[in-house]
Design a protein around this ligand. Sequence first.
Ligand SMILES: Cc1cc2nc3c(=O)[nH]c(=O)nc-3n(C[C@H](O)[C@H](O)[C@H](O)COP(=O)(O)OP(=O)(O)OC[C@H]3O[C@@H](n4cnc5c(N)ncnc54)[C@H](O)[C@@H]3O)c2cc1C
Length: 449
Amino acid sequence: MTTTLTGRVVRPGDPGYEDARMNSNARFSKYPAAIVFCEHVEDVANAVRWARKYGYPLRVRSGRHCYEDFTLADGGIVIDVSPMNGVWLDPEKRTAVVQTGIRQLPLYETLWQKGVTVPGGTCPTVGIAGLTLGGGYGFLSRMLGLTCDQLFEVETVLASGQVIRANDREHADLLWASRGGGGGNFGIATSFTFQVYPVSNVAIYRIAWPWRDLPLLLNAWQHWAPSVDERLTPSLVLSASSNDYCYSSGQYVGPERRLRELLVPLLSVGTPLETEIMTVPYLEAMYRFGGLKMEHAQWQMTPEHRHRFKNSGAFVYRPLPPQAISTIASFLHAAPSPLCMIVFESLGGHLGRIPPHATAFVHRRASFHMQYLTQWDDPAADKAHLRWAEGIRKALLPYTFGQYVNYPNVFDPNWAQAYYGSNLNALRRIKRKYDPDNVFRFAQSIPPL
Ligand SMILES: Cc1cc2nc3c(=O)[nH]c(=O)nc-3n(C[C@H](O)[C@H](O)[C@H](O)COP(=O)(O)OP(=O)(O)OC[C@H]3O[C@@H](n4cnc5c(N)ncnc54)[C@H](O)[C@@H]3O)c2cc1C
């Protein structure tokens, strides 16, 4: 161990400290003793040993998109792997070694040059590290599975500073835990090896309805989306009534003509306002779902893109009854801002056929996931938004089961069971084995058995 931290070390008073100490959620403001931007695996290992030697709390960070403040600590050391963002493709084996500091869009762009992709999520700036370690859901999930389902090797720096590789031959339990067991729990992942898939054009759609169609639309969507052709992954966005519209969008890996046929049950609901169905290159679909224009993609996360937000969610295993649908409509009607919404993400298909214990991601049998989102800028509005987000989550608890660990919520007292269900004990055993001193610890880290 060197006697100093290595990499680019940013301390209070240094230029860039204000930016370095903030994450994408502007609701959290903490003052770490240092943020270590690691350029090499050795910088990571050194920072872990150094923080332990001098007794600093440790946090691990990559894309900074955590919903809660799990990657920051007042007076702590934040180990940030974002400078480590290389990608090495092996076209013969259809595999890619990806350093964990890369964000989604740069990864999609790099792989697209070679005509392949890793199934991931939609937000351009989400880090591949947190995404993969917690699961990784997106518009290829029903066809190819989650991002963690493509992971077959992970390089990890342990609490001792030792660097190991987990695959199906060695440390297979750590690989299992890294496939949905949540970020920051077992060590610091420094590279992933993924299976990649050829991609070219895809058919995408977006259909909007007036808000008054919400009950009919939600009911039709929930009976259609989880069992439709698995090459189609549909979503549904129900917004606050002040927006006066709702929409469904999705991606189909196949001909546009067939997508039009698959959409017939949805198009026959209520009175659609606009229907857009088109064939685009896969990368363009990623830009569109990420809210970017193809010609000037701007994926940097700059301070002016930071907002306060509170999101959480729940899995749905059985169709929502009419009472649940009217609860949803009431909350969206009484929402504190037009930015409140619920995003429904369809499951089933390939991801649903993987057994719940085959990876740490346990919620394989759910039909869909509901995400409750709200965003604002004025700190004075915190209370109203937090109350709304928790209010809807609690009101829908009778109809839901479990939560997605990548949408964590510190207000849920049953978080461990909700995220991990019947995989929790196995994860706790693995935590004890790889991090016996509980060095990687935060508000919702897995407690060692
Ligand atoms: C705008 C937005 C859009 C999103 N869209 C999607 C989506 O489409 N699909 C989806 O599945 N999820 C989505 N998410 C959720 C996302 O998957 C999680 O927030 C994820 O944890 C973010 O990872 P990160 O690396 O960006 O975040 P960070 O805040 O850096 O880290 C998140 C967690 O992972 C840990 N971690 C980070 N790096 C490492 C590492 N190298 N080794 C070990 N642990 C590490 C952290 O300690 C923390 O606990 C979205 C989130 C946001 C804010």
